[in-house]
Design a protein around this ligand. Structure first.
Ligand code: TRP
Length: 329
């Protein structure tokens, strides 16, 4: 089985990214051939400061490695290092319709109240489809918010294969069972998000312990004072219980029993220590990679070489199928 997933180099990674996506990536690399890509071309769909983009690309790659993605098991690389992504995105764009791209909810959300909506933002899902199809991925770990894009990718796969002959593997979504929906600490009906203007809503993967304690102290809770898992009645406390369970490895039932009558303050204080303990080794490794950026760069170069070998094979077939004249034809 081959797995592909991408993370945008925009903003610092947070606990939701870690518990939702990255831990799943680390598990998957044991049993599947994995490619994990820092999708810098996707980041360009909204205006970005060039210096920051370059820095964040390296940071996300370092974070992948710090979280336990092992380059001996998985291919870690930067999207723009393999130019075939953009080439295939163009070809897929030519079989995508204006109507279906306009129906993407992420596009509708991001383009609302914007005057200068870029073609790149509109075509974002065709680039994402290219990422996946270039490597003939069987499975794609994604969050709920990317389901519609993957559905479009599957439509394009079938359309291309029907029109030009079997070329691409039809990818399946892998939606995480646990930790897939870590919610905001300030508003538990919304996912923890990089783009939330309120930084108290999330815990950064690389934030110091005292900030983590402070943010969890400030986290909203629900009415009543008992610590109980009930997503309908107690969405905030349920979210905190889920975070606690994923960080400490204890079951939610164990935690409920321990904290049932202890009040929110005690619960949150212990939760903070569990989160800090979970993040500490990741933060230590991240600092090591930051001190040895060359190691990260070499990993990315080797990753791009491996990815490029697969990508060029797919593209040779694609060019031939759609009727592009090869220079050697
Ligand atoms: N669109 C994804 C996101 O914002 C990132 C992404 C780009 C991706 N290409 C991908 C995810 C391919 C999975 C597969 O989360």
């Amino acid at each position: 089985m081959r797995v592909f997933s991408g993370v945008q180099p925009t903003g610092a990674l947070h606990l939701g990214n870690y518990l939702g996506a990255l831990t799943q990536f680390v598990r998957l690399q044991e049993d599947a051939e994995c490619l994990f890509c820092v999708v810098d071309l996707h980041a360009l769909t909204v205006p970005r400061n060039p210096v920051e983009l370059r820095r964040e690309t390296l940071q996300v790659a370092s974070a992948y490695l710090a979280c336990g993605i092992d380059p001996a098991h998985a291919t870690v690389f930067v999207q723009s290092h393999v130019p075939e992504h953009a080439e295939l995105a163009w070809i897929l764009g030519c079989i995508s319709t204006f109507g279906e791209l306009g129906r993407m909810t992420q596009f509708k959300d991001k383009s609302q109240n914007e005057h200068n909506v870029s073609l790149g933002l509109f075509a974002y899902p065709t680039l994402m489809a290219a990422d996946i199809l270039l490597y003939q991925a069987d499975a794609v770990p994604i969050g709920d918010d990317q389901k519609q894009h993957l559905e479009l990718c599957r439509d394009l796969t079938q359309r291309f294969n029907a029109r030009f002959g079997p070329t691409f593997t039809l990818p399946e979504p892998l939606i995480g069972q646990v930790g897939g929906r870590i919610m905001s600490l300030q508003d538990p009906v919304h996912k923890m998000s990089k783009s939330d203007p309120d930084s108290n809503s999330r815990i950064g993967l690389f934030e110091p312990a005292d900030i983590i304690r402070q943010k969890l102290r400030r986290a909203v809770t629900d009415t009543g004072r008992e610590v109980r898992f009930d997503q309908e009645v107690k969405p905030a406390v349920s979210n905190l219980l889920e975070i606690f369970s994923l960080c400490s490895g204890e079951t939610i039932a164990t935690l409920e029993a321990r904290y049932a009558d202890s009040g929110y303050a005690r619960f949150k204080a212990d939760l903070a220590e569990a989160v800090i303990a979970k993040l500490e080794p990741i933060q230590a490794r991240y600092r090591e990679y930051q001190a040895a950026e060359d190691v990260v760069r070499v990993t990315l170069r080797q990753g791009a070489e491996r990815a490029a070998a697969l990508a060029s094979e797919t593209m040779a077939t694609v060019r031939e199928r759609v009727g592009l004249l090869g220079p050697g034809d």
